[in-house]
Write a protein that binds this ligand. Structure first.
Ligand code: TYD
Ligand code: MG
Length: 461
C-alpha cells in the first residue's frame, strides 16, 4: 500500500518543509509548522506531461491582445452593502471567504442571501455546524422565503461536492470551512491538513464548474482566518464581518478582492426583534446625533470610504494630568497618528497640551484609518482644551502634514456635497479642495496651514 508522504506546513505562509523546525525559513514565524500528510498522488505526472506533449504547448499560449474580453456576468445579492463590498455582486466561479467572530452574523447573512436568491438561482446551503431544524428555525424567525433553497447538514467535502454536482447548484454556502473534512487525508477537521485539502477541493470544483461559493471561516484572535494562510491566497474574495463595538451594527470589509476595490465599507444593522441583517444605505444617519446640544470637544468629519462619503462625529477629551507621563488613548482611530497630531498641534498650533491627558473617540464603534480625519480631530482637541463648543452645523476634513500644512484629500466635492445635503452650513477644508461651484447652502473655508484652520473657527457666530 502506498504511504502518505509526511511533510510540515507553516500555518502562516503555507510553505512546505521536509523536517520540523521551530522557525519557518520563509516567513520567519515561530512555532507555526504543523505535520501534514500529503495525499497519495494517483496521477502520474510524468506520463501526464508526455500526454499533452511539449510540442502542443504553443497552441495553449496566445498574445494577451488576442484574448477575447468577456464582461464578468455578476449577480446581485439583493443586499446593497454586501454587493458594494463584493464589487458589484457575485461572480460565477468565484470563491468568497467570509470571516468573522462568533455571533457576528455570518450564518445569518449567508442564509438571508441564499433564500432571497434561490428563487432565481439554483442554490444550496451546507451546514457542518447547525442542524437542519436549527437552520429552519432561523429562516422562520427571519421571515425568509424558503421554498426554493436546498439545505443539507454534511461535513464530508466530497459528499458536499457530489450533492452540488447532482443538484446542479450555481451558488453554494459552506458553513463553515473549519467543520469540513476530506476523507482522503488524515487529521481532525479544522487542522492544517484538512483545511488545506478542503479549500483546494472546493476551489477546484468552483473554478471548473463556474459555481460561486461563499465559504464561512472562523477567525483567530488577530482577525486572520484560523488555519493556513494558503486558504486566503486561493480565495478570490476575502471579507470580514465585524461587530461595531457596543452596537447592533456590523462592518463588512474586503481584505482581498480579485473583482473589485478593497476600500469599500459595507454597514449592516442587526434588527433587534429577529436578528435580520439589513443594509444601511445612509451610514451618516447612524453616526451623527443631530438632536443633542453642541458640546466642547466634538467635531464632525467628512470621510471618504471606497465610493461614498460618510459623516461621522469625532470626540476629544483633554484634561489636566496629575502624572508625569499623561495618558493618550484613541478608540476607533490610529493611536500613532493621534500622537503625531498632538506633536503637530504643540509645534504649529501653539497649544501646549503636553501635560494633559487626551482621549479621542470615533462615535458609533467604527474603526477608521482615513488621514482626512486629521483636521477635524485637531479642531476637536482645541475645542475640548479651550472648553469652546463648535456648532453642530460645522464640519471639517483634511490631512495635516508634519510642518502644519493642510493637504488636499481625494473627492473633496463629494464630501462637501454630502455635508450640504445633511444640512451642514460651514466646512473647513484644504484650500486645494474648494470646488469651482459650491453646493447651495454651505460656506467653505479653504485653509493651507493649521493656523489658518484655527483662525477659521473665529467665524463661529
Ligand atoms: P449568527 O449568524 O449565528 O453568527 P455567526 O454565524 O457569525 O456565528 O448570528 C447570531 C446573531 O444573531 C447573534 O449576534 C445574536 C443574533 N440573534 C438575534 O438578534 N435574535 C435572535 O432571536 C437570535 C436567536 C439571535
Ligand atoms: Mg454560524
Amino acid at each position: 500500500m502506498a504511504k502518505n508522504k509526511l511533510s510540515f506546513v507553516c500555518i502562516d505562509c503555507g510553505d512546505n518543509f521536509s523536517k520540523w523546525q521551530g522557525q519557518c525559513d520563509t516567513c520567519g514565524a515561530w512555532n507555526t509548522l504543523q505535520e501534514f500528510k500529503e495525499p497519495v498522488q494517483t496521477r502520474n505526472t510524468k506520463s501526464h506531461s508526455n500526454q499533452k506533449g511539449y510540442s502542443g504547448a504553443k497552441e495553449l499560449v496566445q498574445k494577451l491582445s488576442d484574448v477575447c474580453l468577456e464582461e464578468l456576468p455578476r449577480f446581485g445579492t439583493k443586499n446593497t452593502e454586501f454587493d458594494r463590498v463584493l464589487g458589484g455582486g457575485i461572480v460565477p466561479g468565484s470563491v468568497i471567504l467570509l470571516a468573522g467572530t462568533p455571533g457576528a452574523g455570518k450564518s445569518t447573512l449567508t442564509l438571508q442571501t441564499l433564500c432571497e436568491l434561490s428563487q432565481s438561482i439554483q442554490s444550496i446551503y451546507l451546514s457542518g455546524e447547525e442542524s437542519l431544524s436549527q437552520i429552519a428555525m432561523r429562516a422562520a424567525r427571519l421571515k425568509l422565503p424558503t421554498q426554493h433553497l436546498d439545505i443539507a447538514a454534511e461535513t464530508d467535502v466530497l459528499a458536499v461536492l457530489n450533492m452540488v454536482s447532482q443538484l446542479k447548484s450555481k451558488l453554494v454556502v459552506i458553513d463553515s470551512l473549519q467543520s469540513m473534512y476530506h476523507p482522503d487525508v488524515t487529521g481532525t477537521p479544522g487542522g492544517v491538513t484538512q483545511l488545506r485539502e478542503c479549500a483546494h477541493a472546493l476551489t477546484q470544483y468552483a473554478k471548473q464548474n463556474g459555481v460561486a461559493m461563499i465559504v464561512i471561516c472562523h477567525t483567530t484572535k488577530d482577525g486572520g482566518v484560523a488555519g493556513p494562510r494558503v486558504v486566503e491566497h486561493i480565495a478570490d474574495v476575502m471579507m470580514h464581518l465585524l461587530v461595531m463595538e457596543g452596537s447592533r451594527f456590523r462592518e463588512l470589509r474586503a481584505q482581498k478582492n480579485r473583482f473589485g476595490s478593497i476600500n469599500e465599507l459595507g454597514i449592516l444593522a442587526m434588527m433587534p426583534d429577529n436578528g435580520y441583517l439589513k443594509a444601511v444605505t445612509d451610514p451618516s444617519a447612524i453616526f451623527l446625533n443631530r438632536s443633542r446640544q453642541p458640546h466642547p470637544g466634538s467635531m464632525v468629519a467628512a470621510l471618504w470610504e471606497g465610493s461614498r462619503s460618510m459623516l461621522v462625529e469625532l470626540q476629544s477629551l483633554v484634561v489636566e494630568s496629575s502624572q508625569g507621563n499623561p495618558r493618550r488613548l484613541a478608540v476607533g482611530l490610529d493611536q500613532n497618528r493621534v500622537n503625531m497630531l498632538v506633536a503637530i498641534l504643540m509645534r504649529h498650533g501653539d497649544l501646549a497640551i503636553f501635560d494633559q491627558e487626551l482621549y479621542v473617540n470615533l462615535v458609533g464603534g467604527l474603526k477608521i484609518s482615513d488621514p482626512s480625519t486629521d483636521l477635524p480631530l485637531i479642531l476637536s482637541m482645541i475645542s475640548s482644551f479651550q472648553n469652546r463648543a463648535i456648532p453642530q452645523d460645522w464640519l471639517a476634513f483634511g490631512e495635516v502634514g508634519l510642518s502644519g500644512e493642510i493637504r488636499a484629500t481625494p473627492s473633496g466635492l463629494e464630501r462637501i456635497r454630502q455635508a450640504a445635503q445633511q444640512g451642514f452650513c460651514h466646512c473647513i477644508c484644504p484650500k486645494a479642495n474648494i470646488p469651482k461651484t459650491l453646493p447651495e447652502g454651505i460656506k467653505v473655508y479653504g485653509v493651507e496651514t493649521l493656523v489658518e484652520a484655527i483662525d477659521a473657527l473665529d467665524h463661529i457666530a
